[in-house]
Write a protein that binds this ligand. Structure first.
Ligand code: GAP
Length: 467
């Protein structure tokens, strides 16, 4: 598999810079902060919820709205516990955990310094800690032998908290699509190949979460399961989905040189996968998985058919054949994608009057599309015209009004949160009925009649989407 190895150089944005901007401007806050926070859970503020909703909308647009062969689903987070036994998650969804005898901190074995480059098989060796002389990275204390730690959160359903009432918070949305395969196929009358797309929360009790919203214990996935004929058709679908998924990130502005593919080694494959390739992004903390494309074969439908006794075969009316479809999955994270767009959009520019921080977010992804600003807030007619313009714009797009600083500062504030356009009302506007439209990236300004502003912005958004 070709890998784009062009080194884009060090990331422009440091993680601390993004975390600080995210909190200060209301993108992301630590969860339950007034109680000291809770590890690996984050809350999205007013701008963050817009950003993440836009990411999900863009994904849904390309997966469902713009296609004839994919339909949506919103399955429950809680599912029959047998689902997770059949799917293999109860038995195999685990990471190798080691514990320090001195400080009792726990670590993922595969993330300890000193194990880089080891294969998944080598990491399963019980004596590996001793053999490599691994010690606690915090206090150099002795480490235990590795044991498997299941990542699923357990809870109880109903008033009795006994073993029979144990259920799980789903660790992936995919299983909802498999157990509903027949419902969706019959009700939507789709013919193979077709897909089921889902966006929703998933939960994993990660051993070593971190890097801000990169690895969380509660997160959102955007997953699409594509059902195809067995064998060659799956290979072909895989080869089509992989570049298509990379192209989606590029379409919404991610720097192509910061994306690459990485194929999983045979002993690294998840229990369900025949083949897996990650789309990786060069985060400030290194190349990491952004999304996984997997050929899952007939593992899922075959296992659920066997365990439930339901016939999950598909009947192909043309070939007059019954078969269990194979699945090609494109599994992305909404938080990870939003984080990536934020990092990649971050730029610092040296201007004559100092540094300008600008988020060059794609207009579809930007929280606000336009800010309406008065040049003189002391003139009631100017403020009134601003509100009229904003009131009209916000019927079709997220718009904001701000008059709490001088115009230069107002522009900088909007640049820093990625607002693509500012509309400024000045004294002349009251005479000539025109306003200034300022572009975030070029900082160019043009005079536009008030009645043309909405059309202009809608056209620019459509053009950005098609670009
Ligand atoms: N259904 C297959 C599946 O869940 P995965 O590679 O484990 O595959 C898919 O997860 C995507 O979900 C990842 O590429 C990542 O974007 C996101 N994801 C997984 N675990 C996550 C976590 N702990 N925090 C944030 N995002 C996560």
């Amino acid at each position: 598999m070709p890998v784009a190895e062009t080194d884009p150089g060090p990331s422009v944005a440091k993680l601390e810079t993004i975390v600080s901007l995210a909190k200060r401007r209301g993108f992301v806050y630590p969860s339950s902060e007034i109680y000291g926070g809770i590890n690996a859970v984050w809350d999205y503020g007013p701008l963050g919820v817009e950003l993440k909703n836009n990411v999900k909308r863009a994904w849904w647009r390309s997966m469902v709205q713009e296609r004839d062969d994919i339909v949506g689903l919103d399955a429950g987070i809680l599912m029959h516990p047998q689902v997770w036994v059949t799917s293999g998650h109860v038995g195999s969804f685990s990471d190798p955990l080691v514990e320090c005898d001195t400080c009792h901190r726990r670590f993922r074995l595969d993330e300890l310094p000193g194990v880089e480059g080891l294969s998944a098989t080598e990491l399963q060796d019980e004596g590996i800690v001793e053999r490599l002389g691994l010690v606690c990275p915090v206090d150099q204390g002795p480490l235990s032998a590795p044991r498997r730690f299941n990542l699923m959160f357990k809870t109880h359903m109903g008033p009795v908290e006994d073993e029979g009432a144990v259920i799980y918070l789903r660790p992936e949305t995919a299983q909802g699509s498999y157990v509903n395969f027949k419902n969706v196929q019959m009700s939507s009358r789709k013919k193979v190949p077709f897909g089921i797309a889902q966006i929703g929360k998933s939960f994993r009790n990660e051993i070593s979460p971190g890097n801000f919203v990169f690895r969380m214990r509660e997160f959102e996935q955007m997953e699409m399961q594509y059902f195809v004929r067995p064998g060659e058709a799956a290979t072909q679908a895989f080869d089509e989905w992989l570049p298509a998924r990379r192209a989606w990130y590029e379409r919404y502005g991610v720097t192509p040189e910061r994306l690459r593919f990485r194929e999983h080694a045979p002993d690294e494959l998840a229990h369900y996968a025949k083949k897996a390739i990650d789309v990786e992004y060069r985060f400030p903390f290194g190349w990491k998985e952004l999304e996984g494309v997997h050929n899952r074969g007939d593992f899922d439908l075959g296992s659920h058919a066997g365990a439930s006794g339901e016939n999950l075969e598909y009947f192909d009316p043309v070939a007059e054949e019954h078969f269990i479809p194979w699945v090609v999955e494109a599994a992305a994270g909404a938080d990870r994608a939003a984080f990536t767009f934020l990092i990649d959009a971050y730029h610092e520019e040296q201007l004559e009057k100092g540094t300008r921080v600008v988020l060059r977010l794609h207009p579809d992804i930007a929280p606000y599309k336009v800010a309406v600003l008065p040049l003189l807030k002391k003139r009631p007619e100017i403020v009134e015209l601003c509100h009229t313009i904003k009131g009209d714009l916000q019927k079709d797009m997220m718009a904001v009004y701000d008059d709490t600083a001088a115009i230069g500062k107002l522009y900088r504030r909007q640049d820093e949160i990625g607002t693509p356009w500012c509309v400024t009302v000045d004294v002349d506007s009251l005479e000539d009925g025109a306003v200034t439209v300022r572009d975030r990236d070029s900082m160019t300004q043009e005079r536009v009649p008030v009645e043309n502003v909405k059309r202009l912005l809608m056209d620019r958004m459509a053009a950005a989407r098609e670009a």
